[in-house]
Write a protein that binds this ligand. Structure first.
Ligand code: SF4
Ligand code: SF4
Length: 222
């Protein structure tokens, strides 16, 4: 999933301070799972903003709505009946959702309420960790299912740097050395030969180095 964290309230207050009525929009997908921008967080932020602005003498009306997915035009259109009379929109979705709203409702300023972080997985309750950087040419089949791009601090693709100590990365004892994890997993799988395969220098064009990427599925495209 895409992970995100709520921006500080003080920053959000400054975005909305000039307005009388805003629409605050959450998303039921990734930002709900990582507790940054789902229905519950929309309610909490709306109360926080109203209270803080009231205390400084600026009453604000906040309409609240949470979409199934903000990165999907089909759902974004749902906001149409709520937009009338609204001065601005604040999105609690990831950057993709914010940009969908900005592209669809062009006459309204759209503000992000969260900082979009990374593609990750839940390690335990309340802890999410980066797992993938969307490089466009997945290597996990060679590396025992551990990503050297997202999980090695130096993005090394052909073995460790030599700085790890007792399985921890040299940047921090709280970070596992990705290449230790890769080696342990390859051994478990009996795939040690993969460790000796040279992974060619990465062509970063598949990772967006050639500009914004697109997936076009001819069989599905309208
Ligand atoms: S190799 Fe690329 S696509 Fe695969 S997990 Fe790592 S960053 Fe993501
Ligand atoms: S110690 Fe391991 S994870 Fe850290 S930079 Fe070196 S190879 Fe990568």
């Amino acid at each position: 999933m895409i992970t995100a964290e709520r921006k500080p309230l003080e920053e959000l207050i400054e975005y909305v301070r000039p307005f009388k009525r805003i629409l605050l929009v959450g998303c039921n997908e990734c930002v709900t799972v990582c507790a940054a921008g789902g229905r519950k967080e929309v309610g909490l932020l709306a109360s926080g903003l109203k209270m803080a602005l009231l205390q400084s003498g600026n009453a604000i009306e906040i309409r609240e709505h949470t979409l199934e997915r903000q990165c999907d035009r089909e759902y974004v259109d749902e906001l149409l009946p709520m937009i009338d009379g609204v001065d601005a929109i604040m999105s609690m979705a990831c950057g993709c959702g914010v940009q969908e709203l900005a592209g669809r409702y062009k006459d309204k300023p759209v503000f992000p309420a969260v900082n979009t972080e990374f593609m990750g997985a839940s390690e335990r309750q309340g802890v999410w960790a980066e797992r993938c950087q969307g490089c466009g040419n997945c290597l996990l089949g060679l590396t025992g299912g551990v990503c050297p791009i997202a999980r090695c601090s130096k993005r090394l693709m052909n073995g460790p740097c030599g700085g790890s100590v007792t399985g921890k990365c040299e940047i921090s004892k709280d970070v596992d050395c990705a290449w230790q994890l890769i080696w342990d997993r390859l051994k478990e799988l009996g795939q040690e030969e993969n460790y000796l395969k040279i992974i060619p220098a990465k062509d970063w064009r598949t990772a967006g180095g050639g500009g914004p990427r697109k997936i076009i599925r001819e069989d599905l495209a309208a």
